[in-house]
Design a binder for this molecule. Structure first.
Ligand code: GFB
Length: 310
């Protein structure tokens, strides 16, 4: 990409898309194309085709998706499958027709089998059954990876994919029913502190292990891959270390300064027991995360407090 390349960021209002736009702006890109969902419905094939014909983007970051935490994935199974399949199919095919120079598709660590060997190597894809709570989302994301690979094989399109681990950062979703664990716990602990409550309820047993990456790090990795990486095989993006949900809850509790108790509601699902990415491939390519978890949580809590004030 050069400074004047026409770059379409699909999903620029989401946590990932907005971080990619910030990263592109910081690195001097002047021709970033965005559309809100009311301006362009990515599930509408004709509208997407027309948009690509008219705008002729040269590069595409496909960060648009229906996303959510464990409960949203489990409840809205049809929407997670249908919406994500439609978005991917429309954007990837239209990018092909419009002769886009390069496209980067964003997947998720939930594409790996529930009991895959840890840390999760790229080669483990499709070697076993998926975690049931997010199977529809994972199937849609696997379809997106396979589309990029198939278009690479059949047409020679430079369509690549990146698999981020669990993400957090600015523009996250703080709705307690649909969010991921990190923003949910920040909000719960903050509210409990403000209301002087004796305890906070967390979901599951607290024993699952998760890896977290700040979305600014992810955005840097995506721009890096767009510039430097030209292979069909998708690439994991993560920090390379994980911790238990219990340890995460204690860290957030400390950052927020909540002094009450944590109780675990085991009626809620745990999900995958462990989801740690093997990040040796992207590390060897020359990228490594910069923001450590504790520092990232402190930053995000400050953003959260700002949002509360405004
Ligand atoms: O982040 P999370 O919703 O999704 O949950 P997954 C991670 C773990 O945190 C689970 C526990 O074991 C939850 O039971 N947890 C504890 C909580 N308290 C809470 C809470 O208040 N809210 C939430 N949401 N969780 C998602 C997938 O899996 O990860 C998606 O469903 C996607 O497909 C995403 O891949 C990255 O890490 O389990």
């Amino acid at each position: 990409m050069n400074q004047d390349s026409r770059i379409f960021v699909a999903g620029h209002r989401g946590m990932v898309g907005s971080a990619i736009v910030r990263q592109l702006e910081q690195t001097g890109h002047r021709n970033i194309i965005t559309r809100t969902s009311s301006q362009l419905n990515l599930m509408n094939q004709a509208a997407v085709q027309q948009f690509f014909e008219e705008e002729k983007p040269e590069y595409v970051f496909l960060a648009a998706a229906k996303v959510g935490g464990i409960q949203a994935n489990n409840l809205y199974r049809a929407e997670f499958l249908y919406n994500n399949l439609m978005i991917e199919a429309n954007v990837i095919h239209a990018a092909h027709e419009a002769q886009v120079k390069k496209l980067l598709f964003l997947g998720s660590s939930c594409i790996y089998p529930k009991f895959a060997e840890q840390p999760l190597r790229e080669e483990s894809l499709l070697t076993g059954a998926l975690e049931p709570t997010n199977e529809p989302y994972a199937i849609a994301k696997i379809a997106g990876i396979k589309m990029c690979e198939a278009y690479w094989d059949q047409y020679g399109d430079r369509f690549i994919s990146a698999m981020p681990t669990n993400l957090y950062g600015p523009n996250d979703n703080y709705d307690l029913q649909t969010s991921h664990v990190l923003p949910a716990l920040l909000r719960k602990f903050h509210q409990a502190k403000v209301d002087d409550l004796p305890e906070v309820e967390c979901w599951g047993s607290g024993s699952p292990l998760r890896e977290f990456l700040h979305v600014n790090d992810l955005a840097e990795a995506c721009v890096f891959l767009m510039n430097e990486y030209d292979e069909k095989q998708f690439v994991n993006i993560g920090s390379g270390t994980d911790l238990s949900i219990k340890a995460l809850a204690e860290m957030i509790q400390e950052v927020v300064g909540f002094e009450g108790k944590i109780v675990w509601n085991t009626d809620k699902p745990d999900g995958t027991p462990r989801k740690l990415m093997d990040v040796s491939k992207i590390n060897k390519l020359g990228w490594k995360h910069r923001i450590e978890l504790r520092q990232g949580i402190e930053q995000v809590y400050q953003d959260f407090l700002q949002l509360q004030l405004s």
